[in-house]
Design a protein around this ligand. Structure first.
Ligand code: MN
Length: 251
């Protein structure tokens, strides 16, 4: 069997523990290359860097499997996938994460972790995003083990075109795996207004997580201690609505 090539990226930055755990776990499956942002880029979504140069720097990571090559890029998560494919050629699989914190429901619209998998999918490469719930002590062993088994299956079976997988792993020992839908979980706006030491106003944008109550959602699976695997389509067109819209626009 030909050796498989796997490209790993993330949005937490090259020094993230989740990234290392993922790279080490997948190094059993093929040749792993890591290309990750030099600095944390959580929340930047599918942004790319334009009108300034990008640097690609080999990086030594303590505890990283010796077979894995790692590079950091002073750009966005999506830049890392683009640069990785440019440098190493099209891999058999793009994997992103393991993100520090879950990516559920509407989080996917601003998640840099998910954006890496979007970019891979746009390039026609099967792609998976992995995230894990917050804990005081992050233990990535269960999520890394699941990532290895899922990645092995997707390397074997592939994915339908324009289809991307989003995976979330709960804290502790997962009770099992559920295939879920993207829920409606989002954040209620929560902006704090404060004063800096010079008396000028500044704002801290945060949010209060809403959760959702749909039985088959990503949020509910995670809430109940299960790993959630959501297949998403990158074809955004609402085909059922096309005719209605054409009708009232008279086109
Ligand atoms: Mn992140």
């Amino acid at each position: 069997m030909n050796q498989k090539n796997i490209l790993i990226a993330n949005d937490d930055g090259i020094y993230s523990h989740g990234l290392r755990a993922l790279a080490n776990a997948l190094s059993e499956l093929g040749k792993v290359s890591v290309v990750a942002p030099e600095f944390e880029q959580s929340g930047v979504g599918h942004g790319i860097t334009v009108r300034r140069p990008l640097r690609f720097k080999p990086t030594k990571l303590e505890g990283l499997d010796a077979r894995v090559q790692a590079f950091r890029v002073d750009g966005t998560p999506t830049d890392c996938v683009v640069m990785g494919v440019h440098r190493f050629g099209k891999p058999d699989l793009v994997v992103s994460g393991i993100n520090y914190g879950p990516n559920l429901g509407y989080d996917l619209t601003h998640s840099g972790t998910f954006a890496c998998a979007i970019e891979g999918t746009h390039m026609g490469i099967p792609s998976i995003a992995f995230s894990q719930s917050f804990a005081d002590q992050m233990d990535y062993s269960h999520s890394a083990a699941f990532a290895r088994s899922l990645a092995a299956q997707i390397l074997e079976r592939g994915l339908p075109s324009k289809t991307v997988l989003n995976v979330n792993v709960p804290t502790g020992i997962p009770k099992g795996v559920r295939v879920t839908v993207q829920g409606t979980h989002h954040y209620e706006e929560n902006i704090s207004e404060r004063f800096d030491p010079e008396g000028k106003t500044y704002y801290w944008v945060g949010g209060i997580p809403t959760g959702d109550s749909e039985a088959d959602s990503d949020y509910t699976a995670l809430e109940q201690g299960f790993i959630s695997v959501t297949p998403l389509k990158l074809d955004f067109t609402h085909r059922e609505y096309l005719e209605t819209l054409r009708g009232f626009l008279g086109t």
